[in-house]
Design a protein around this ligand. Structure first.
Ligand SMILES: C[S@@+](CC[C@H](N)C(=O)[O-])C[C@H]1O[C@@H](n2cnc3c(N)ncnc32)[C@H](O)[C@@H]1O
Length: 234
């Protein structure tokens, strides 16, 4: 059976967009990214861009954002979203995170959000090796002095950070201990328009079990913790 999240990326991109449009209502991610590496004037390459949530955020300040994803349906939704911004310093194209059709040394900043983490669940036997190939691809397209930024879940439905699975805990430790990434975490809470919307969208993405555990009647804010790992390369 196809994995739940893969099914969503393939068939329900518009609903995914409705969910992430409610995420990080306090704008903590944009502030944290600018703190780590001011985005003004940067050439950015984005891996696993999905419906363009980060693409949109980055393109406000960056010189150019070249964004990629493996799912045509997610890119089609991203195109709709990006056209609505009226900006023109972005591009979207199909690519696997491990193989970008880009020349070496074309980016000041490479970034992925909530994409590499899937690999360790989808490929249990060699997930770390596959993520290594993605990190190598990030390194290849970076200019000297460029920075890589990885944004991944540290737990939805909770107020304090904790990796939601053993596989992710291992991946995150690996990034810090073997790849020399620095780490911080932020809150990226969802603020839904109504309790009904909260119930619908949390159930849609996270499932009935998590919806029942996280939501009380009348709840419109759902806490979430997000980790940011970053590293500058010589
Ligand atoms: C949770 S979504 C995150 C999307 C977006 N970065 C965001 O912040 O909303 C994960 C995305 O990673 C993409 N993805 C997963 N594996 C990939 C791979 N090997 N290469 C490219 N994209 C991939 C999926 O298609 C999906 O759009």
């Amino acid at each position: 059976m196809i994995d739940r999240s893969k099914h969503i990326y393939r068939h329900r991109a518009a609903d995914y967009e409705r969910l992430v449009a409610r995420e990080d209502y306090q704008g903590n991610l944009f502030a944290a990214l600018n703190d780590i590496r001011p985005l003004d004037g940067l050439d950015v390459v984005e891996f696993g861009a999905g419906t363009g949530r980060l693409t949109r955020m980055l393109s406000v300040q960056a010189r150019r954002v070249q964004a990629f994803d493996i799912e045509p349906a997610m890119l089609a939704q991203a195109r709709i979203n990006m056209l609505e911004t009226g900006m023109s310093n972005w591009s979207l194209a199909l690519a696997d995170n491990a193989r970008m059709a880009l020349a070496p040394g074309c980016a000041d900043l490479v970034i992925e959000g909530w994409s590499f983490g899937h690999t360790v669940h989808w490929h249990k036997s060699d997930g770390l090796r596959q993520v290594d190939a993605m990190l190598a691809e990030m390194r290849r397209v970076l200019r000297p002095g460029g920075a890589a930024v990885l944004v991944e879940t540290m737990g939805a439905g909770q107020r304090r950070p904790a990796a939601p699975s053993r596989e992710l805990a291992k991946l995150y430790a690996y990034w810090r201990e073997e790849h020399g990434f620095q780490y911080r975490w932020i809150r990226t809470d969802f603020h839904f328009a109504s309790p009904e919307e909260a119930d619908e969208l949390i159930r849609f993405f996270f499932g009935d079990h998590d919806a029942a555990a996280w939501l009380s009647p009348d709840q419109v804010i759902v806490p979430e913790c997000t980790g940011i790992w970053w590293r500058q390369y010589d």
